[in-house]
Design a protein around this ligand. Structure first.
Ligand code: ZN
Length: 418
């Protein structure tokens, strides 16, 4: 099957100037050609789609999603069966694809069955790299122990994510890799949704984090860490992790180290300000959870302003950034690309740079050189949006302006004129 997308502005995902009046040719599951219309020959058998007035982009990549369902309301969560939660997840997964996200790093919640069901096209969704569990110390961000004396499993189809000490961590990391994880996720700081910790406390020792990095490396896999406060980020950097998720309270020393070690930063900026905003109109929202999210969100947001110049400086100096929304039961499912707007505003980058963080750079973060760009040989993940997101990044948030979504050369949505 051959398709040609003609007349649109081309954004390759690699950061060069946009190319007006372009042609992109897709043969089966690959990009065959992409460039100025004058330089690309359209094969005679091609089905031609007219993208005049539109922008043609690589399929977007969200480097931080939680794509499986759990009810935000704890009472409801306890009444749902695991099978119900799994079936509800299929809708979340489809909504992510419907935003134009064709690949995602799944930061805990989905096991190998979700990845396989998507790959076999049983359910529509982005191609997932999975971590399965968010490995956590006792009382850490992933340990959902409650003072009543029990653990409430967030996703009852998964193994317990709790491990303490190098040997337990080694065993659990080996377990997730055996179960098919593409990478390992661990928590090196507390977090907002957890019940018994604070977001700025460090979790795990450097020695414990190193064990995870070492075990992952044995299978040529990497470690992503949930880290919000400075001390947890520092421990993770000391252990040479692949990516810091959130990483809001990086300091100068962290920035130096991240540049030096080539550490990825997935800043997930929008979630906290959007949560604070959401609570103003949905007062029930906080009380449905056990953790004191409102207090933590407000605290963090009040400190964001101070971090802004440091973030901008970090990006200017070359910290590697990949877009991640932290789409979850909290917010942003189906509105993942609002993160791009926050990246432009808070990191002081251009819409083009933000798009690159969600395409070419994100593919690098995923170590998938076959994704993230419209150039010959890459997998045919293509999005076409009406108008010019380089002059207004918010265009990518309106799903009705997304006219084409193609993954692996398969069309998920197509409303362009043929
Ligand atoms: Zn997360």
């Amino acid at each position: 099957m051959t398709t040609a997308i003609t007349g649109g502005q081309l954004v390759t995902g690699l950061g060069g100037d946009p190319i007006p009046n372009s042609t992109v040719v897709i043969v089966d599951d690959r990009i065959a050609a992409a460039g100025p219309a004058a330089d690309v020959t359209i094969p005679a058998d091609a089905n031609t789609l007219d993208a005049t007035g539109h922008t043609v982009l690589p399929g977007l990549i969200d480097c931080h999603v939680h794509s499986t369902y759990r009810a935000r309301d704890v009472k409801q969560h306890l009444l749902n069966t695991p099978s119900y939660n799994i079936l509800r997840s299929t809708q979340i997964i489809e909504e992510t694809l419907a935003c134009g996200i064709t690949s995602a790093r799944e930061m805990s919640g989905a096991d190998a069955g979700f990845r396989a069901a998507i790959n076999e096209q049983l359910i529509p969704g982005p191609r997932l790299q999975i971590s399965i569990l968010m490995i956590s110390q006792t009382g850490g961000h992933g340990d959902y122990w409650v003072p009543a004396g029990m653990h409430i499993p967030k996703r009852a189809w998964l193994h317990s994510p709790v491990a303490d000490g190098p040997e337990e961590i080694r065993k659990l990391v080996r377990h997730v890799l055996m179960a098919g994880a593409d990478f390992v996720k661990i928590c090196t700081s507390g977090g907002i949704t957890s019940v018994t910790d604070s977001w700025d406390e460090p979790q795990y020792t450097v020695e414990e984090i190193r064990v995870a990095v070492e075990e992952a490396a044995n299978k040529r896999k990497t470690v992503a860490v949930h880290a919000e406060g400075t001390s947890g980020i520092k421990r993770a950097l000391e252990a040479k992790v692949h990516s810091v998720e959130h990483g809001w309270f990086i300091d100068e020393e962290c920035v130096d180290r991240m540049i030096d070690q080539g550490t990825w930063w997935v800043p997930t900026i929008a979630l906290v300000p959007l949560s604070v905003e959401h609570r103003k109109t949905n007062t029930q929202w906080s009380t449905q959870q056990l953790g004191d999210e409102a207090k933590k969100d407000n605290e963090i947001l009040s400190l964001f302003e101070k971090q802004r110049s440091l973030w901008r400086d970090a990006v200017r100096r070359g910290v590697k950034v990949a877009m991640g929304s932290d789409q979850s039961h909290r917010l942003m499912t189906g509105n993942n690309l609002v993160e791009l707007e926050y990246m432009v505003d808070w990191l002081g980058i251009s819409p083009m740079e933000a798009i690159v963080c969600a395409t070419g750079r994100a593919a690098e973060c995923m170590q998938r050189p076959d994704l993230g760009a419209l150039e010959p040989g890459r997998l045919a993940d293509v999005v076409v949006v009406e108008g010019d997101p380089l002059s207004d990044i918010r265009l990518l948030q309106s799903r009705d302006k997304i006219k084409l979504i193609m993954k692996d050369g398969n069309i998920y949505k197509q409303t362009l004129v043929e």
